[in-house]
Design a protein around this ligand. Structure first.
Ligand code: C2E
Ligand code: MG
Ligand code: MG
Ligand code: MG
Length: 275
């Protein structure tokens, strides 16, 4: 009967909810030890100059590998860490690993690639976050302008004043500033007017399997505008030759996506980074 149906679907719902809560509790109970014991990994995804196919920089992306279990993706742990505040520690850990890596390249005389690190909206509200980042750079002898800090566009929406202030300070200190997931918020354009970003990352949602004419028009105008503002554009989520062809048509030279390389441990990219 319909009553049984409601009963069973609601118990199904409850079971799902319960499983989610259990999973979140499990993650929260393990995160600190996991960080200490090196279960968090830094994967890297190259950005490519589509005219030459060369890698020009890298983005650092966190992964969690509990021993003997499946790899856990940021989509599962980042929202949780943003709720319980652990995100700042994770961000700092990733940042430090990146600096250590760059120090290694410098010491061995290899070509040094700029690396982009994602910073959570929660993290950049902390009073001294920039001083902490700077001191890690100093510890490893890494010039701050080798590091790009990615803030998601939506972070500018929840707290425009605070984030704006952070953005200005990031630039003053000499880090490269980029706006991630550009085009997903509502005030993208008005923000460009006020925030001194160096790079915008066009969100991957623009590059669906089949792009509509309207999307193409919007993107080509964004590219034209940013060129005049001297802002660099990176297109994210490039998966097909058609996407690439379109980028060539509108003159967007820098892309990131599965078509070129997936996020992976640095060793996977080494042969191509240092030929
Ligand atoms: P994001 O910074 O926008 O990173 C791009 C995401 O798109 C990555 O997902 C990447 O693996 C994925 N991606 C790259 N190329 C393609 C493609 O061609 N197709 C598709 N479908 N996806 C592609 P990932 O690694 O799962 O990270 C998800 C988000 O988690 C990131 O989005 C970033 O916002 C956040 N995140 C990752 N690591 C960190 C971190 O260390 N700290 C903070 N605060 N956030 C992080
Ligand atoms: Mg990013
Ligand atoms: Mg993005
Ligand atoms: Mg994203």
């Amino acid at each position: 009967s319909i009553k049984d149906y409601h009963k069973s679907s609601s118990s199904f719902f409850n079971r799902e909810m319960q499983q989610r809560r259990d999973r979140e509790k499990y993650i929260a109970s393990r995160m600190k030890k996991a960080l200490e014991s090196g279960e968090f990994l830094v994967y890297y995804q190259p950005r490519v100059d589509i005219r030459t196919g060369e890698y020009i920089s890298l983005e650092a992306l966190a992964r969690w590998q509990p021993p003997g279990e499946a790899l856990i993706m940021p989509g599962e742990f980042i929202p949780l860490f943003e709720q319980n505040g652990f995100i700042s520690e994770l961000d700092m850990y990733v940042f430090e690993q990146v600096c250590r890596e760059i120090q290694g390249w410098m010491r061995s005389g290899r070509k040094v690639y700029p690396v982009a690190v994602n910073l959570s909206r929660i993290h950049i509200r902390e009073k001294h976050f920039l001083e902490h980042l700077e001191s890690v750079c100093r510890k490893y002898g890494v010039p701050v302008d080798y590091i790009e800090l990615e803030l998601t566009e939506s972070a500018f929406l929840d707290d425009p004043e605070v984030i704006m202030e952070s953005a200005v300070k990031i630039k003053e200190k000499g880090f490269v500033l980029s706006m991630d997931d550009f085009g997903t918020g509502f005030s993208s354009l008005s923000m460009l007017k006020d925030i001194p970003v160096d790079i915008i990352k066009l969100d991957q949602s623009f590059f669906q399997k089949k792009m509509t004419e309207r999307e193409k028009i919007i993107i080509s105008y964004v590219i034209q505008m940013t060129r005049e503002l001297q802002i660099e554009v990176v297109s994210e989520g490039i998966e097909t030759e058609e996407h690439e062809q379109f980028l060539k048509e509108i003159g967007c030279d820098i892309a990131q996506g599965y078509l070129y390389a997936r996020p992976a441990p640095l060793a996977v990219h080494e042969a191509k980074l240092w030929k």
